[in-house]
Every structure is written in C-alpha cells, then in structure tokens.
Design a protein around this ligand. Structure first.
Ligand code: MG
Length: 380
C-alpha cells in the first residue's frame, strides 16, 4: 500500500472496538474487520438477495453479493489513488448491504410499513445491527466487534431519533459532522456501481433499450464514441464497452474533484475531515449527468410494470409473514422465539430481524410452508 495521507483512517487514529481485543498478527485492524465481514453468515446470504431482479430470474443479473464486491472494487481504486485507507473502504463496502431485506427496496418498504408502530425498519441501521449484535460467531462478544470507523461507515443515514440512541456513533447526525473520507468513498462507490450495473442488467432483461438510454447524456456520449470507433461491434459488446467507459469517467472525475476539494480545505487530521463538509464528490456537471441517469433508471426500470409486479408480490410475502408471526409467535423457529417477558415492540423487532435475514428464495419457501394449502402436511 502506498503511504497514507495524515487524514486517512489508520490504526493510529482509530477509536477502536467496543470490546477490547489484542492487536491482530500479520494483518491490520481494518483487514481483520474485512475478514470478519467476509466470514459472516449475513455476507453469504447476500448471494441470494435481490438487487433489482429477483435472485432466480437470471444467472447473470447482479445479486447483492456481486453488487457489494463491485462496490468494494470501485471504492478501493478511489481510496488508493487518494492515499486513503483501502482496507477500511473495502470493509465498509462489503458490509454496507448486510442488513438488506429480501426483494430489494420493495422488501425494505414492506418491512418498514409493518414496523411503523415499532420504530420502523431501515436497512442501514439493520446492517449495523447485524455487525453489532445479530451475528453469533465469537465467544467473547455478540456481533463482529468491528472498529468504530467501519461501523460509522456502515451507518450511512440515520434519523435524529435513532441517532440520539446510538451514542458516539449517532453524534455526527445530530451535530452535522462528516464521516471519514473512506466512508464517503464507499457511499459514492455504491452509487457508481448500481447506476452502471443497473444499466447493464436493465438492458439484458429487455425492460429498457439502448435507444431509450441514448437520451441520457452520460450514456449518449460514450455510446456514440463506441459506435464511431467500432461500427461493426455486436450489441452486447457495445453495452459493455459503453458501461466500462461510464464507470471510468465517473471514477476519474470523482478522484479529480475530491483531490481538489481536499487540497482547498487543507486537511491535516481526521478531525479536520469530520469538521469539513463532504469532500468526496463529483464535479457539478458530472453530478448532474449522474443524477439524470439515476432519474432515468427510476422512471424506466425500477417503475417498469414488470418490476412493479415483482415488488407487489414481494410486499405481499413480507406483509403476510410479519402479520402471522406477530399474531402467533409459536410459528417462529425455536431460535427466534421471543422471551416470555418481551414487550410487543421487542417481539416485532425479533420478527423483523428474522424476516430481514431471509434470502429471496427462503422467504418464498417460508411463505409457501405457512400459507400454501397444498403443502399439507406441513413441509420442512
Ligand atoms: Mg448498495
């Protein structure tokens, strides 16, 4: 690794772990965080969770696992070029979606609606809950006992109410301070990854076309370049070559603009980072272009009627499961059974943890096991 900038997250300025542990041998604290995330059960389940398309709809579509790996790749490249800590950028990227429900945003909206009377459901907060509490792998503590800066990066957004309950970790939301530059990178790497892979997956699915996309400036520029340079190129390769160039442009622009922002601000320490506004950013013109692409995807892909039908089904499955487990908690598997003295709100949180942890196909199967009349006697 190249030498770190003085304002990068490092082992010298970390606020450490909640439960004290000996320093790791042969790897850094943040490499240890990354390794713990990769070995977690929640990380493996990302393989069977929807990004946009339900997991079994096609073998080539992104899942949350491949999405998270793409985010980590982009974040590491950017961190390295800015002399920031690649390892923590990677750890945050790999963990950022651990709390996602099955069925993507439709699943999150459905679970949030179910949890309305019990404090709501927010996937960012759930990712933190997974690494702080829900993973049961270590003898000495619940969760993964990650470093403060990794947990801070995972908690991208947070309401003031929730922030007030999170102690040190919630402070920045109450006092309008920034997270580390590495956390800011992971956040924007997420956007770069999904905007671009959703173009690719959307085209592959046939729900959007290249002609439609040619109305979006960011796509149009690169599409024209590719078609001019390679007039005979088959359509699939035109798509890959165009998307590749889009990612390159966004990553290069982000690096240049962020370098300028950091230079102007004259940072010396990580405290300077926390006191500054967000410094990892696109230049305004590229930002416009990337927002236009985002808007296009929302209108033409995420709200496509076939995606909406899938979302409606997903909401039905999640709503049904939540309601029946709340009505009769004896239907929950033994390890999820609430304690006798739990309040209704605690019980709802346990049910939400159980549902959020499900993969798409597990949720579908669980729904069938409980509701399908043709599944008599009950299957396992
Ligand atoms: Mg993501």
């Amino acid at each position: 690794m190249t030498e770190l900038a003085p304002y990068a997250v490092s082992e010298h300025n970390t606020r450490g772990r909640i439960v004290h542990e000996e320093a790791p041998h042969g790897r850094s604290e943040f490499q240890r965080d990354r390794d713990r995330i990769i070995h977690s059960g929640a990380f493996r389940r990302l393989e069977y969770k929807t990004q946009v398309f339900v997991n079994h709809e096609g073998d080539l579509f992104r899942t949350r696992l491949t999405h998270s790996i793409e985010v980590a790749q982009i974040a590491r490249s950017i961190a390295r070029r800015l002399h920031l800590n690649e390892d923590i950028a990677e750890a945050i990227s790999l963990a950022h979606d651990l709390g996602h429900t099955p069925f993507g945003h439709a699943g999150q909206d459905a679970l949030n609606a179910c949890m309305k009377a019990y404090g709501g459901f927010e996937h960012n907060l759930q990712s933190l809950r997974v690494v702080d509490l829900l993973e049961e792998r270590y003898a000495a503590f619940d969760g993964l006992n990650l470093c403060f800066e990794t947990r801070e990066g995972i908690l991208k957004h947070c309401s003031a109410d929730n922030a007030a309950q999170l102690g040190e970790l919630g402070e920045r939301f109450l006092h309008d301070r920034s997270p580390s530059l590495e956390a800011q990178i992971a956040n924007l790497a997420d956007e770069i990854a999904y905007n671009n892979h959703d173009v690719d997956d959307g085209l592959r699915s046939g729900l959007i076309t290249l002609e439609q996309l040619a109305t979006v400036p960011l796509v149009a520029t690169h599409l024209k370049e590719v078609r001019d340079a390679y007039p005979e190129l088959p359509e699939r390769r035109v798509v890959h070559e165009t998307v590749r160039r889009m990612i390159n442009t966004l990553v290069s622009d982000l690096i240049q603009q962020s370098e300028r922002n950091i230079g102007t601000r004259g940072l010396n320490t990580i405290e300077d980072v926390r006191n500054a506004p967000a410094l990892i950013a696109f230049n305004p013109e590229v930002n416009e272009q990337q927002l236009a692409l985002k808007k296009f995807l929302r209108t033409h892909l995420y709200r496509h009627y076939l995606v909406m039908r899938m979302s409606a089904k997903a909401q039905r499955i999640i709503g049904d499961l939540f309601n029946i487990f709340m009505a009769d908690s004896r239907l929950l598997p033994p390890q999820m059974q609430p304690q006798a003295n739990q309040t209704e709100s605690d019980r709802a949180r346990t049910v939400a943890d159980y549902i959020a942890g499900m993969t798409d196909r597990y949720a579908i199967r669980e729904h069938r096991r409980i509701f399908a009349v043709e599944e008599m006697p009950v299957s396992f």
